[in-house]
Design a protein around this ligand. Structure first.
Ligand code: ANZ
Length: 831
C-alpha cells in the first residue's frame, strides 16, 4: 500500500466535506442539547499567522469534542474588519481600505479552508459590511434612547504635528508622541461616550459566578479595571464660595487629621478658585496648569515624583472641627477620579505627607499605629513615612479610642447625621469613549442642526452607509475625514426642509465586537439584529477561546452590552461567556515573533510544508494550552511521524484485519482494556483543556496497538480494529484529515466528525485482580483480593488490616514480615 501522504489526504477530503457541510447547524434545532463554541474572530491584517493557528486549533478541539458527545454545536466564524490598520495601509500605499480589507479576508478564508476548523460557514459575517454595521447603528440608537449614549467635551492627548488624538499608551514617558516625536498637549474635544459606569457594580459582582470558569488572572484584571473603592463623600465649605465642595475619601476616620485640601489643577474648581485669586496666583496657576497638561495620567500617578503645586489663596473649613485649612492645586490629584479634590491627611497618606513636607504644611497623627511588638511607629513628620495601618484613633474627639474599621463606620454616621457627608463608592472605571475621528468604521447615526440640536437617524433609514473613500483625505487631523464628504453629510428633512448634517465620527471597533456573537445567530436576517428566540436557544456562549490581550476591554465591553440588551428585554442571560480559555503565545527562541525581528514563522509556509494535521497536533501537544509555545522547541516532524503510525494501523486493518462490525467481545483483553481506559479518560481531559495529555495518550495507544499487531494478538484480532476506530474517533479532534482517512479505511462513511462517540465498557475498566495469601507463622490465615499492581507496602498493610490475621497474631509481637507481591505476605511472631 502507499504510505501516509498528507497532501493527497487533504485533497481527498476537502471536497467531500465541502459537499457534506457537516458543521452547518440549522435554526430549527434537532432537540439535542446545544453548545455554542466561539473563537475570538480574526482581524484581517494579512494572512493568518501562527497565533491564529493556535487559537483556532484549541477552539476547534472543543467544538469537535462537544459534537462528538452528542450536542448540536454552533461554531461560527467572521471578521472584525473595521479599524485602523486598513486605514493606515490606505494612507501609506494609497489603496482603498475596503479593497485591502476584503482581499485579506479572502486570503484568510482560503487558509482556513485548508486548516479546516469545523466552522459553520453559512453564518459568516464581516463587521465592515453594511448588513452588519447597520445593527451597530441600531445598537447605538438603543443606548441613545436609554440615555446610555451621550456626548461630552473631554481632555484628550493631542499630537500637534500629526494632528491626531493619541491613546494614553501612545504618549511616551517624556511626554512626546510615539508617532511624531512632538510634545503632546491636551485638547478639549467633544466625544461620544457609552455610560458603562452605570453598570460598574453589576460588572464587578457578576464576576463571582465566573470563578473557576474563567482564568483567575482575567477575573482579577477585570476587577482591578473596574476598581471599586468604598468610603465616604465629605463636604467642605470654602470661604467665600456658596456651594460646598465634596471630596472622596476611603478614610473618613482620619478627618481630624486633614490639614489641607488639594484640587486637581485641570478641574473646573481649580480654574474657578484661581480666577478669584490675586493676579500673581493666577499667573502661577496658569503656568502650573500648562505643565500639568503635558503629563500623562500614568506619570501623575507615579508616587515617587517630587510633589509640586500652587496655593490657590483660598481656605476650606473642616466640617468635623471647624478648622481653616489651605486649598492647593497639585497634579497628583486627578480631575476625573472621585470629585477631583481631596482632603489631605499627611500623617496617614504618603502622597499627602510628601506634599506637606515639601510645602511645610502641618502633619497631625490621628491613628495610633503600632509595630509588631506593640511599640508606636515613629512620627511621620520626622520619619517621612506615613502610617497607613491598623490602629486606634487619637486626637479625634468622639472617635478617640475606636479601632480604624469602627471609626470609619462611626465617622460616616456622624457626617450623615450632620448632613455634611455620606457613605459613598467610587470606581476607576471611566465611561467608554466610542467616537473616533477616522474613516474606516461605523458612522454614528446622529444628525446635527446648526442650532446645536441633535436627532437620531430613524431606524428605518439604517444603515447610514459609509461613503466611498475616493477624494477623502484619510490622514488623521483631529476631525473626521467624513466631515469632508459634504454630499454624504448633508441631509434635508423632507417635511420641514430643514438642513441637517450627519455626525462625521465613526465608532470604536470594540462596539462591533461587543455583540457579534449574537449576530451569528441571525447572520442572514435583515429584519433584526438577532432573533431573541435563537439567543434563548443558543446563548450564552458555552465556550469562548482567544488571546489574553483581550482580557480587559473586549470582554468588559461585551459583558456591558450583554447586560444592556438583557435590560432592554432582548436577552434572558446577563453574562455572554460562560467559560473562557486563554491560549498562550507562539514564540520563537523565547521571543515574540515579528517581521522586524526576523523570527517570523509563516503560517502559510508551515501549512504547505507539513499540512494542517501535523500543525494542529504540534500545537495541541506542545503543552497546556494556556502556556506559551516556543516554536524552536517543538517537532512538527515528530507529529507527522505519529500521524503516519496511527494511519498505518488503520491501513493494516483495511488489508488484513477483522471485518467491520465484527463482535469485539472475544478480542484480546489486554488491548481492549487499554482502548477502554483511553475512552474513559479522554472526556475529562478534554474538558479540563488537557489537550496535550490526550495527544500523549493517543500516541501510547497507537504504540500498544502496533505491538499487539506485530508481536501480540495479531492484525486479525477484533481488538485491533476496535482500537483503530477509537483512535480515529478521538484523533479527529486534533487531526481531522488523517482521522477521516483512517475512518474510511476502517470501512465507515464520512464523516468521522459526526460519528457516534463510543462508550467505555465498565467491565473493561476494572483492574486485573490477584489473590494474595497471608500466612502467620507458616499457617494460611487469609486470602485477600487485590489489584495486580499492588505495591509491597499496600500488600503488607492490607494483610495487617485483616481481622483473621489480627486474631491469629493475638497478643504476640510481630518479629518479621516477608512480602512477595502479588502472591504472599508471611508474618512471623514471638510470644
Ligand atoms: C483621605 C485619606 C487619608 C485618604 C488616608 C487615603 C488615606 P482609592 O483606594 O484608590 O480609591 N483620592 C481621592 N480622589 C482622588 C483623586 N481624584 N486623585 C488622587 N487621589 C484621590 O484611593 C482613594 C483615596 O485616594 C482617597 O482617600 C483620597 O485620599 C485619594 F489616610 O482621603 B484619601
Amino acid at each position: 500500500a502507499e504510505g501516509y501522504d498528507f497532501r493527497s489526504i487533504q485533497e481527498r477530503w476537502l471536497p467531500v466535506w465541502e459537499e457534506l457541510k457537516p458543521f452547518e447547524v440549522g435554526d430549527a434545532g434537532t432537540g439535542r442539547p446545544t453548545k455554542y463554541v466561539l473563537d475570538m474572530f480574526p482581524y484581517p491584517s494579512g494572512d493568518l499567522h501562527m497565533g491564529h493557528a493556535e487559537a483556532f486549533c484549541f477552539g476547534d478541539v472543543l467544538a469537535r469534542y462537544w459534537r462528538g458527545r452528542g450536542y448540536d454545536v454552533l461554531h461560527p466564524i467572521g471578521w472584525d474588519s473595521f479599524g485602523l490598520p486598513a486605514e493606515n495601509a490606505a494612507i501609506k500605499r494609497g489603496v482603498d481600505p475596503r479593497e485591502w480589507t476584503y482581499a485579506n479576508i479572502a486570503q484568510q478564508k482560503a487558509s482556513f479552508r485548508v486548516y479546516a476548523p469545523s466552522f459553520d460557514w453559512s453564518r459568516v459575517l464581516h463587521t465592515s459590511d453594511p448588513e452588519y454595521y447597520r445593527w451597530n447603528q441600531w445598537l447605538f440608537l438603543k443606548l441613545y434612547e436609554k440615555g446610555l449614549a451621550y456626548r461630552k467635551a473631554s481632555w484628550v492627548n493631542w499630537d500637534p504635528v500629526d494632528q491626531t488624538v493619541l491613546a494614553n499608551e501612545q504618549v511616551l514617558a517624556d511626554g512626546t508622541s510615539e508617532r511624531s516625536g512632538a510634545m503632546v498637549v491636551k485638547k478639549k474635544l467633544t466625544q461620544w461616550y457609552f455610560r458603562i459606569t452605570e453598570y460598574a457594580d453589576r460588572l464587578l459582582d457578576d464576576l463571582d459566578a465566573l470563578e473557576g470558569q474563567w482564568p483567575a488572572k482575567v477575573l482579577n484584571m477585570q476587577r482591578n479595571w473596574i476598581g471599586r473603592s468604598r468610603g465616604a463623600e465629605v463636604e467642605f465649605e470654602i470661604e467665600g464660595r456658596e456651594a460646598k465642595v465634596p471630596v472622596f475619601t476611603t478614610r473618613p476616620d482620619t478627618l481630624h487629621g486633614a490639614t489641607f485640601m488639594v484640587v486637581a489643577p485641570d478641574s473646573d474648581l481649580a480654574a474657578e478658585l484661581a480666577a478669584g485669586a490675586s493676579p500673581e496666583v493666577r499667573m502661577q496657576f496658569q503656568a502650573y496648569l500648562e505643565e500639568t497638561q503635558r503629563q500623562t495620567e500614568i506619570e501623575r500617578q507615579n508616587a515617587d515624583r517630587e510633589k509640586t503645586g500652587v496655593f490657590l489663596d483660598h481656605f476650606a473649613v473642616n466640617p468635623v472641627n471647624g478648622e481653616r485649612i489651605p486649598v492647593w492645586a497639585s497634579d497628583y490629584v486627578l480631575a476625573d477620579y472621585g470629585h477631583g479634590a481631596i482632603m489631605a491627611v499627611p500623617a496617614h497618606d504618603q502622597r499627602d505627607l510628601d506634599f506637606a513636607r515639601r510645602f511645610e504644611l502641618p502633619v497631625r497623627v490621628v491613628v495610633d499605629v503600632r509595630d509588631a511588638d506593640g511599640a508606636p511607629l515613629p512620627d511621620p513628620s520626622e520619619s517621612g513615612i506615613a502610617t497607613a495601618g491598623e490602629g486606634v484613633l487619637v486626637n479625634s474627639g468622639e472617635l478617640d479610642g475606636l479601632p480604624k474599621a469602627e471609626a470609619i463606620a462611626r465617622a460616616i454616621e456622624i457626617l450623615e447625621a450632620r448632613g455634611t457627608g455620606r457613605g459613598a463608592t467610587t470606581y476607576r472605571l471611566r465611561d467608554w469613549l466610542i467616537s473616533r475621528q477616522r474613516y474606516w468604521g461605523t458612522p454614528i447615526p446622529i444628525l446635527h442642526h446648526e442650532s446645536g440640536e441633535m436627532r437620531p437617524v430613524a431606524e428605518e433609514s439604517l444603515p447610514v452607509e459609509l461613503p466611498s473613500s475616493e477624494g477623502l483625505d484619510l490622514k488623521p487631523k483631529g476631525s473626521s475625514p467624513l466631515g469632508a464628504a459634504t454630499e454624504w453629510a448633508a441631509v434635508v428633512d423632507p417635511e420641514t426642509g430643514e438642513r441637517w448634517r450627519r455626525d462625521p465620527d465613526t465608532m470604536d471597533t470594540f462596539v462591533d465586537s461587543s455583540w457579534y456573537y449574537l449576530r451569528f445567530l441571525s447572520a442572514q436576517d435583515d429584519s433584526q439584529a438577532f432573533d431573541p428566540e435563537l439567543a434563548r436557544r443558543w446563548g450564552p456562549i458555552d465556550q469562548y477561546a482567544g488571546g489574553v490581550e483581550h482580557a480587559i476591554l473586549h470582554l468588559l465591553y461585551s459583558r456591558f452590552i450583554t447586560k444592556v440588551l438583557h435590560d432592554l428585554g432582548y436577552l434572558d442571560f446577563e453574562e455572554p461567556f460562560t467559560a473562557l480559555l486563554n491560549q498562550g503565545m507562539v514564540l520563537q527562541d523565547g521571543a515574540k515573533m515579528s517581521k522586524s525581528k526576523g523570527n517570523l514563522v509563516e503560517f502559510a509556509s508551515e501549512l504547505s510544508a507539513h499540512g494542517a494535521d501535523a500543525l494542529r497536533v504540534t500545537l495541541a501537544f506542545a503543552g497546556p494550552p494556556e502556556d506559551d509555545i516556543d516554536w524552536a522547541d517543538v517537532s512538527v516532524q515528530g507529529s507527522a511521524k505519529f500521524l503516519a503510525r496511527a494511519w498505518r494501523v488503520a491501513d493494516d486493518v483495511e488489508s488484513g484485519g477483522a471485518a467491520v462490525g465484527t463482535d469485539v467481545a472475544a478480542g484480546d483483553t489486554g488491548l481492549r482494556r487499554a482502548t477502554h481506559r483511553l475512552l474513559a479518560d479522554a472526556p475529562g481531559l478534554v474538558e479540563a483543556y488537557k489537550f496535550n495529555v490526550v495527544v500523549a495518550r493517543l500516541m501510547e495507544q497507537v504504540n500498544v496497538t502496533r505491538k499487539a499487531i506485530d508481536s501480540g494478538c495479531g492484525i486479525a484480532d477484533p481488538a485491533v480494529r476496535e482500537s483503530a476506530e477509537v483512535v480515529a474517533r478521538i484523533l479527529s479532534l486534533f487531526a481531522p484529515y488523517a482521522a477521516e482517512d483512517m475512518w474510511a479505511k476502517l470501512g465507515h462513511e464520512p464523516t468521522v466528525a459526526l460519528a457516534e462517540w463510543p462508550t467505555a465498557d465498565p467491565a473493561l475498566l476494572v483492574e486485573d485482580e490477584v489473590t494474595l495469601v497471608v500466612q502467620v507463622d507458616g499457617k494460611v490465615r487469609d486470602r485477600l483480593t487485590l489489584p495486580a499492581s499492588v505495591t509491597p507496602e499496600e500488600a503488607e498493610s492490607a494483610a495487617r488490616a485483616s481481622t483473621a490475621v489480627q486474631r491469629a497474631i493475638g497478643e504476640r509481637d510481630v518479629v518479621n514480615v516477608v512480602v512477595r507481591v502479588p502472591k504472599i505476605v508471611s508474618i512471623a511472631t514471638k510470644p
